[in-house]
Each structure stands twice: as structure tokens, then as C-alpha cells.
Design a protein around this ligand. Sequence first.
Ligand code: EPU
Length: 324
Amino acid sequence: MTNIPNTFGLNVRAKIFAEYHNVDELRELLDRYQGERILHIGAGSNLLFTNDFDGVILHSAMRRCRALQEDDDHVLIEAENGVVLDELIAQLCDMGLSGMENLSYIPGEVGASAVQNVGAYGVEAKDVITEVRVLRMADKQEVVMRAEDCQYGYRSSIFKGELRDKCIVTHVTYRLNKQLDPQLDYGNLRSEVGDNPTVMDIRNAVIRIRKQKLPEVSELGSAGSFFKNPIVPREQYEAIAAQYERVPHYEQDGGVKIPAAWLIEQCGWKGKTMGGAQCYPKQPLVLVNLGNATPEDIINLAAAICQSVQDKFNITISPEVNYI
Ligand code: EPU
């Protein structure tokens, strides 16, 4: 048994943990472990292992990037799945290329970010992804998918839906802008960056905001936001707004999005602990491992939070984190 890397810092193990350095090695691993339960992970920054894993964990050690194409306005960059997302973004910002600066400091790797459609401060991965290359597990052929065919939605994609466990994302192509088109409308980002920001100013502002609110996974285990923000029918939002002052909300997809952080705070969970798990005081959407949490501690805390939001508001909040 081998320890499984996971940003929650949970002590969980797998029968086999295997890394590959190119797509042929990945094919060999899939052949070798045919019939076993297989899970491909990135940095383990969005996973909750509920138990030891009785199977094979695959992880990519492919970490190259290359420019594919360039015109007057754009550069297409292809990154391999094992590239650390924030290292790529740091490099792109350093080169003055924009489009991904709002995604700065999100933990995780390129492959998982295209599966999860990570997002922050008004930008989602899907806004910059043009193509995703995958290895189809059934016949081990490489297939290139256009972003339009990846069914991207809020923290979701075809890779979490009908292609779940059917293919492995190996390469992601992003389209970056040579001219900065700042996306500063989310929260207090505009006031944090100041006037005439460079792409690096925006990156630095995003990092400052994230550091104020979100725990460093190297210091305190977590998987970032534990829940998704729910979208409720307008009438339901209005009923809540009639009862509470200044309910934060955003119009979305024909409904109203209410931050799960607000709902959880109203239920009194901010800073509460259950065993070794805590609802993070600075951002209650995040559950943290105080040091010796077991998977059950996190599962129990998450279930209790969901139940209270259901009881108080009649809103179902669902985990963003994948339970394994
Ligand atoms: N809020 C509270 N109490 C708190 C904190 C926040 O009521 O203690 C309310 C406030 O009204 C605040 C609102 O929640 O305005 C939104 O808070 P924030 O801007 O921190 O964003 P979020 O909706 O809680 C989402 C993403 C984050 C992303 C931020 C910024 C999800 C599930 N989470 O959080 O993503 O960084 O927006 O764009 O959509 C992640 O996915 O792991 C993640 C951290």
C-alpha cells in the first residue's frame, strides 16, 4: 500500500500508485493494470478519499508546455496534464500573456483543471481552453476534443459526466491574449488592483485576496471550496430576501445564485469543529483538516452542514469535492 497525495492531508493509501512520463507509458500502465479499479488523479486538490483505495492510482509526471501557434493578437499554448496550473499561469503572466491571471493560485494541475472547469474571480478555465486532448481508455487512442464539445458548465464538464472514467485528459490548449483585457468585475478585485494594472498586478491582487480568505494547503489541509454555490428559483430567493437583510446574490442561468458561504454562516457553522474537521472561519465554504481529521470527520461535518442549510432554507447544497 502507498500513501495517496491529497491536499486534505488525510492519511489514505492505495494498493498501487503509478506515474507516467509520456502517453506511451500511460498506455502501458493501462494494459498492465487492466481489470483493476483505476483512478487518475491530479494534485488531489478536489478529492475526498473516504477510505483506502483498493486499486491503482495514476498520476502524470508529464510537465511540458509549448507554444503551438501565434498571430498578432493571440498565442496558443499547449500544456501537458501534470503541469502545475499556477506555475503555468506565473510563466504566462511573466511573458505578458493574459487570460488566466484571475485563476492565479488555484491549487492543482492542468489536467484536472480542464475536467473540473476551475474558476475564480469571474473567469473559468473554459473561457481560455480551445482544445483538450484525451486518451480513450477503451481503445487507447488519442482523441482531440474542441472546448465546445466538452459540455462545460459551472465546475462541470463531459469528463465528469458521460466520459467519466472513460478517458484521461493528457493535454490542454489555451488561447492567451497579447493585449490585456482585464476582468475586474468580481467582488473587490477592481479596488484591489488599482488603476491601469498590468497582467502581473492582477495576478498579485488575486493572490493577495485568496491568501486573506483561503487556507494554504501546505499549512492546513483542505480541498478549497467544499460545496458548490446553489442556484435557486427567483421566488425562493425573494422569500429569503424578505426575511434577511442584504442577502448576497447573483443572477445566473435564469435563477439566483446565493453564496453557499452565506447560507452556511447563517446556520452558525463558521469556525465550528467536528472531530478534527473545521468549517473554516474566514471562508465557511471551505472545510479544513485541523491536523488529525479522519475521512469520517470531514464526511460528518459536511453532512451536518448540508442538513442545516436544508432545514433552515430548504436549499440543497451539493459538494464540489469528489468523494472517492
Ligand atoms: N460570504 C459570507 N461569509 C463569509 C465569506 C463569504 O457570507 O465568511 C459571502 C459574501 O457575501 C461573499 C460571497 O459569500 O461576497 C462570495 O464569497 P467569495 O467571493 O469568497 O466567493 P465564493 O462564492 O464563496 C467562489 C468559488 C471559489 C473562488 C471564489 C472567487 C465556488 C464553489 N467557489 O467562492 O473557488 O475562489 O468564488 O471567484 O464557486 C474553489 O473552487 O475551490 C474556490 C476556492
